[in-house]
Each structure stands twice: as C-alpha cells, then as structure tokens.
Design a binder for this molecule. Sequence first.
Ligand code: GLN
Length: 194
Amino acid sequence: MKIGVLALQGAFREHVEMLRGMNVDAIEVRLPEQLIEVEGLIIPGGESTTIGKIATQYGLIEPIREMVAQGKPVWGTCAGMIVLAKDVGMRQPLVGVMDVTVKRNAFGRQVDSFETDLNIPAIQNGDPAPFHAIFIRAPFIESVGEGVQVLAQLENGTIVAARQGNLLVTSFHPELTRDARFHEFFLKSLTVKE
Ligand code: GLN
C-alpha cells in the first residue's frame, strides 16, 4: 500500500513518520506524476493559502481533483481540510471538492491553539479511550452538505471532523499525537468501500 503526503509546506513529515511506523509505504508528494503511483493522499496542516498557491504553481490541483473523482481516499488535516472544502468564505486557490463550508482560524486569537479529548465513535470501534485532539489555529466546519457524515464534534456542537465518500477532513492534527487510530481509519477506507 503506497500513500502520498502532499509535501509543499506544513506538517507533512509527521504524517509520513506516522504512516511508516504503521508499515505503510509513505512518500512525500511534490509533483503531479507522483500522484499516479499512490493509492491515497494526505494534505497536511500548515498554511492553506501557501499550500494552495504552491499546489497551483506545481500543477497539482487538477490531478488531485482527478484522484478524488477516481474514488481514491484523500484526507485533509487542518489547512488540508480548508484546501479540500468547496467553500471557505474567501477567495484562495483550493482543490474545492467537499461539500462543507469551513471557517478559517475559527477559534479566534484568544484560544487559537488548544487540546481536548474527543469521543469519535467511528474511529474508536467500541474502545472507550477518547482521541486526544490538538488544534492549532484550526478551522471548523460551519455547515455540511448532503452526503457528508459528521464524525466528531466539540461539546458545544462545533463540527471538527467529517467524511464524504472517499474524502476525510479533520480540524485537528492526529499526526502530532502517538495515537494512530485516525490514520488506521483512513487506511481502512482504502479497502472498505461504502
Ligand atoms: N490557520 C491555518 C490556515 O488557515 C491552518 C492552521 C493549521 O493547519 N494548523 O490555513
């Protein structure tokens, strides 16, 4: 199984390390032709405007859209979630394929970074241990379209993880923890078609 991590800017190394620790063949993707050899792609956290601009310059936007259309799993964490969203309330280069409205830097300056334990039944599979979620100047999902499954919410109802077919998005950074359950969930979507 070969998984690509978009390595233009941001926290891509941590995803690669997490995947390699799970015995997955993970490669850093910088060129469109590399997308042909991977079965899935992770778009990491970082700065979505920068990632979108570089992806445009490198001719990666259309090939990523094609991957999505082919049904290959694509997961965006934090800035990656912004890059995958159809609507972010402002103009910036996006892959723009998921029916969600995302608000950038949504938690404001006072609490721009925080950590919390979340109950995420989809990845816990009956395991009572919550998932420790790290938010760094994170976006959240304001609204979801038809066919989007909400996976995780904060106590006040704020949506912080969702899935639509082969697309997965999280506001937080599972690659910055030692908990591989979210990565496992993503890899499982490679083999289990729903
Ligand atoms: N604030 C960043 C953005 O808007 C996202 C932050 C992150 O990925 N940790 O792109």
